[in-house]
Design a protein around this ligand. Sequence first.
Ligand code: PKZ
Length: 187
Amino acid sequence: MSGAAKPVSKSQTTITELMIPSYANFGGKIHGGILLSLMDKVAYACSSKHAGTYCVTVSVDRVEFLKPVEVGELVSLHASVNYVGRSSMIVGIRVEAEHVKNSTVRHTNSCYFTMVAKDDHDKPAEVPKLILETHNDVRRFIEAMHMKEIKSRINEQLDDVKSTLHVNEAMELLKKERCVIAFKDDE
Ligand SMILES: CCCCCCCCCCCCCCCC(=O)SCCNC(=O)CCNC(=O)[C@H](O)C(C)(C)COP(=O)(O)OP(=O)(O)OC[C@H]1O[C@@H](n2cnc3c(N)ncnc32)[C@H](O)[C@@H]1OP(=O)(O)O
C-alpha cells in the first residue's frame, strides 16, 4: 500500500548545522565525510517523510566538493523529493555554507541520493505518487528521469568496456598517459 499522493512541499526538509572544529580535516577545512553524512541524514529525513516508511540509501550521485567549507560556517542542506518510481525516490540536495559574520551564503554543492522505501519485511515498498505543484517540481522530475536514463546507459557502456577489454591489446591507449608500465616478473 503506497497511500495517497503527496506534494513535493510536504517532505521538503532543511537541516542546518554549525561547523565545529572537531569536524575539520588535517588542512583545517571541513571533512568531506562529515558533509556526506549530513547529506545522507537529510536525504533520509526527506524520503522517509514522503514514503512514510524506513528508507535505505542505494546510490549517491554528483557529490563533488568544489568549494571548501570553513570551521565556524553554518551549513544548510535543503532536500526535496525530485522523482519517485515504484519504491525508489531521487532526493535532490542543495548545500549552502553561510559565513555568520558577513552573512554571505555560498552554494557549495548539489547532489542526488537515490533512496528506497522498505516495508516491515525489509522488501522494497511502494511509495506515494508525487504531486508536482510548481514548474520547478516538473523540471526536477523530468531532469531526474533523464539522469536515471543517462546513468543506466553509462553503466551499460562501462560493463561493455570491462567485458571487452584485453590489457595486452590496449597498451597502445596508454602511450600518451602519465603512467609507467612496470610489470613484475610473475605478471
Ligand atoms: C570525520 C570523518 C567521518 C567520516 C564519516 C563518513 C560517513 C559517510 C556517510 C556516507 C553516507 C553513506 C550512506 C549510508 C546510508 C546507509 O547506511 S543506508 C544503508 C545502506 N544501504 C543499504 O543497505 C541498501 C542495500 N540494498 C538493498 O537493500 C537492495 O539492494 C535494494 C536497494 C532495496 C534493492 O532491492 P532489490 O531486491 O534489488 O529490489 P528492486 O525491486 O530490484 O529495486 C527496488 C528499487 O531500487 C532501485 N534500485 C536498485 N538498485 C539501484 C541502483 N543501483 N541505483 C538506483 N536505483 C536502484 C530499483 O530501480 C527499484 O526502483 P523502483 O522501480 O521500485 O522505483
